[in-house]
Design a protein around this ligand. Structure first.
Ligand code: MCN
Length: 793
């Protein structure tokens, strides 16, 4: 597949999002906007205990409330086809996997674990009634610290006799030789704390089982997966289940899940022969929507005195919470695939240990394993530069994989498709003048202002597919990973595209319309993109892993190519020319050299539906494509963050942020900027503000947005973005993903900036989140210890 630039009349243009008018005028339809006659509302009775035996559940008081229809507990769900699914485990290892039911059976394992469901006529009375369900618990010992959890009892799941979920390693090259060769070895314990997805719209589901057919509207990223598992768990044929993801107010990975509430609503609807609706409260979302990150990383990086990295060894202790959900144990492994970062490191080893604790389970949150990897690589590399007295950019350049090495195989055997890391860094430095920054830094320090700059040069792995790598024969997923597209040209020349992806904020309705418009010579306005409905279009694998464009967009491009070929044949037939002489010019399929002699798409469609087609050709103008790529795609970039830290209060503020990203050929630069902005905010949030925190009793301390501090517009600067374009050879669009790039890149840039600001005060390392308290403590500790380059624990 050639990696040609694909910019055309529309591709490459900053077209405004087609989806925005309905969103900003309040005409979009979210699950909560959908109303069905005779709907029953659902509320969950949730455990206040982090770990306890369920002694009894008495619903009688709740059932006496007016309007309350039924209460069910785990024992009532005996006809479910199985527990909630774990679909992806790293290959070749044992994974301890406890049964995880939509309603707990016998014991609860984390605060918020549901034990009963209440159904009633009114949205609010079911919530009151849920409080009247008398559940009695016998508390059991709680474990929240993953390192202590590995040492022995108490166990989250007694039957395993351990809290270890799994161990999995990925390595390549001679690690011992690499460290033996090193003049310096830097070791850090890097904590990548737990965060929430925190979408604007919490979760919601409306299930309607009617005459053997189940229709479910859910705020989900993965309608096709949900359909499959609803069919399996409820014992309904898949073609009789339809899942619709209407407007979804953000997911950020937290809606890449098959949740117990979705299964429960469907089960209750069938049981009671009424539609059932559940809209999650923000407090529930913070407590029980799956969370992310939560790793302790023991990092060893060895290098020669000139800065050449010789070996990297990372031991990851991943706190997976109380259960395995859809992908839980696989998430940290995604980081292991790119543990080389954008560097040529001859020996690498990642050892992952998953651990059960009495907390909400973790799973994919934007970046899923790659932000953790990038953070530890980029922070450790700057620590190494400090140790060697080297410039943090010089050490990066020293180790970059050179552009002529691509496609480049890393020590662990992953092949990066294309890259030019020097170029993104050079471009970054066109925006950031380091000499004047260092001068300004000195001057400000003299005035008591501690300004710092931090960098992150990253690469990531995205475009989640190919089946050969992540499917059953590869990394152990039970599904094939490809994407589909169906394109239908109507009589009028309007086009409907059905994509198997399920965008929920990313803007593919616009980008996909741009791709098709250029293939057919029409305006993107006449191309409608339908997604998120299993009742229309072909099978799909949905949206996550920054895959929708590189896999779904390519499936669409291929499908459109097939139709364009057919169009050319039809035009040739009708204009008595040779098909190879037909080309798209000025909105027409025209005869080469005779631009007046041609047909518009509408005219081609008219001919196709009138069966004015060559002999043996079917009438009509539509087609379907499935695309399973040969490889992932590997976007990259260089980010710089400037912070001011107040040494009296410890408060760090981002005052400048510059991002140069390379996601191959851009389809729509405005969409790319939007994704990069959102991604960076996500990571600034983790670096400075956000933290899901449990106390030692497993009680969630950060259950609201008062305690869980999401950054707002007031906390972030206006971002400066730029791009380089290094096309991917993997797909014909030459495109890579960008949906997670900002999140993957930014947390080390912020962390390195704070450390750079505080160096004169003797602080050389701090773990996130760099809250005022933590920064202030680090400064106090460094001052107290008189440290110069000391490392607070
Ligand atoms: N794009 C482009 N040219 C490129 C690359 C991408 O124009 N070379 C455009 C695409 O057309 C698309 C957008 O950028 O409109 C993102 O595309 P892609 O990188 O393929 O990512 P996905 O659409 O698959 O989105 C998934 C990614 C993930 S994994 C999370 S999590 C995430 C994210 O996107 N969650 C989001 N961005 C989000 N944005 C919003 N508003 N809400 C979320 O929940």
């Amino acid at each position: 597949m050639s990696a040609t630039a694909t910019s055309g009349l529309h591709v490459g243009q900053a077209l405004r999002r087609k989806e925005d008018p309905r969103l900003i005028t309040g005409r979009a339809q979210y699950v909560d906007d959908i109303t069905l006659q005779r709907t029953l509302w659902m509320a969950l009775v949730r455990s206040p205990e982090a770990h306890a035996k369920i002694v009894s559940i008495d619903p009688s008081l709740a059932l006496e409330r007016p309007g309350v229809h039924s209460v069910f507990t785990g024992d009532d769900l005996g006809d479910l086809g199985g527990p909630l699914p774990l679909a992806w485990v790293p290959p070749g290892i044992e994974v301890n996997n406890p049964e995880h039911w939509p309603l707990a059976r016998g014991a609860v394992k984390h605060v918020g674990d549901p034990v009963a469901v209440v159904l009633g006529e009114d949205r609010y009375s079911v919530i009151d009634a849920a409080e009247d369900v008398a559940a009695q618990y016998e508390p059991l010992p709680v474990v929240t610290d993953p390192e202590k959890a590995l040492e022995g009892p108490p166990f989250v799941h007694e039957q395993f006799g351990t809290n270890q979920v799994h161990q999995w390693s990925l390595g390549g090259g001679d690690l011992d030789a690499g460290f033996a060769e090193a003049d310096v070895i830097v070791e850090r314990r890097i904590v990548n704390h737990r965060t929430a997805g925190a979408p604007i719209e919490a979760r919601g589901v409306l299930a309607d089982y009617r005459a053997g057919d189940l229709t479910v509207w859910s705020a989900t990223q993965v309608p096709h997966f949900l359909r499959l598992f609803l069919a399996l768990l409820l014992g309904i044929h898949e073609e009789r289940v339809r899942v619709i993801a209407p407007e979804v107010g953000g997911g950020f990975g937290s809606k890449l899940q098959v949740y117990g509430e979705e299964v429960l609503a469907a089960w209750c609807s069938r049981k009671l022969d009424r539609p059932v609706k559940w809209i999650e409260t923000r407090t529930e979302n913070m407590a029980v929507a799956h969370q992310g990150r939560d790793q302790i990383d023991y990092v060893r990086m060895g290098a020669k005195r000139d800065g050449t990295v010789t070996a990297l060894h990372v031991k990851i202790i991943a706190d997976l919470g109380a259960y395995n959900m859809l992908l839980t144990p696989a998430i940290p492994s995604l980081g292991a695939f790119v543990m080389s970062g954008c560097y040529k490191i001859p020996a690498i080893q990642t050892d992952i240990t998953g651990v059960f604790t009495n907390k909400c389970p973790t799973d994919a949150i934007r970046g899923a394993g790659r932000p953790e990897a990038t953070h530890l690589i980029e922070v450790t590399l700057e620590q190494l530069a400090l140790e060697l007295g080297m410039d943090p950019l010089e050490i990066r350049r020293k180790n970059f994989i050179p552009k002529d090495d691509f496609p480049a195989e890393t020590a662990i055997g992953v092949v990066y498709d294309s890259g030019d890391y020097e170029k993104t860094l050079d471009k970054l430095l066109e925006h950031v003048d380091m000499d004047s920054f260092r001068r300004e830094q000195e001057e400000l320090r003299a005035q008591g202002v501690y300004r710092g700059i931090g960098f992150s040069t990253y690469t990531e792995i995205c475009g989640l597919a190919p089946t050969r790598v992540v499917g059953p024969e590869g990394f152990g997923n039970q599904a094939g990973f490809w994407e589909s597209a169906m394109v239908r040209v109507h009589n009028t020349g309007a086009v409907t595209v059905y994509t198997g992806t399920s965008p929920h904020g990313q803007g593919e309705e616009t980008a996909f319309a741009q791709i098709v418009a250029d293939k057919f010579g029409v305006d993107p306005e006449v191309v409608e993109v339908i997604h998120g409905d299993t009742g229309t279009g072909p099978e799909g694998r949905n949206t996550y892993g920054s895959r929708s464009l590189a896999v779904g967009g390519e499936a669409l491009a291929r499908c459109a190519n097939k139709i364009a070929e057919k169009a050319k044949a039809i035009v040739a037939h009708n204009l008595e020319a040779a098909p190879e002489d037909i080309e798209l010019e000025d909105g027409k399929f025209a005869v080469r050299g005779s631009p007046d002699k041609g047909m518009t798409l509408a005219e081609v469609a008219g001919a196709a539906y009138l069966n004015k087609v060559p002999d043996g050709m079917e009438p009509g103008l539509e087609d379907t494509s499935f695309y399973d790529p040969e490889n992932f795609v590997f976007p990259f970039g260089a980010h710089a963050c400037v912070v001011d830290v107040d040494p009296e209060t410890g408060k760090a503020k981002v005052v400048r942020y510059v991002a140069v990203d390379d996601c191959g050929n851009p389809i729509n630069p405005m969409l790319i900027d939007g994704q990069v902005h959102g991604g960076i905010v996500h990571a600034i949030g983790q670096a400075l503000y956000e933290r899901v925190h449990y106390d030692e009793q497993g009680q969630l301390v950060t259950g609201t947005f008062v305690d869980y501090a999401l950054p707002t517009a007031a906390e972030v600067p206006s971002f400066e973005t730029d791009r380089t374009v290094t096309p991917s050879p993997v797909n014909s669009l030459g495109a890579k993903g960008v949906g997670e790039a900002g999140t993957i890149a930014a947390s080390p840039a912020v962390t390195n900036a704070v450390i750079d600001a505080l160096r004169p005060l003797g602080v050389s390392y701090i773990n996130m989140p760099l809250t005022p308290m933590r920064v202030w403590e680090a400064i106090a500790e460094a001052r107290g210890a008189g440290l110069q380059g000391g490392v607070p624990a």
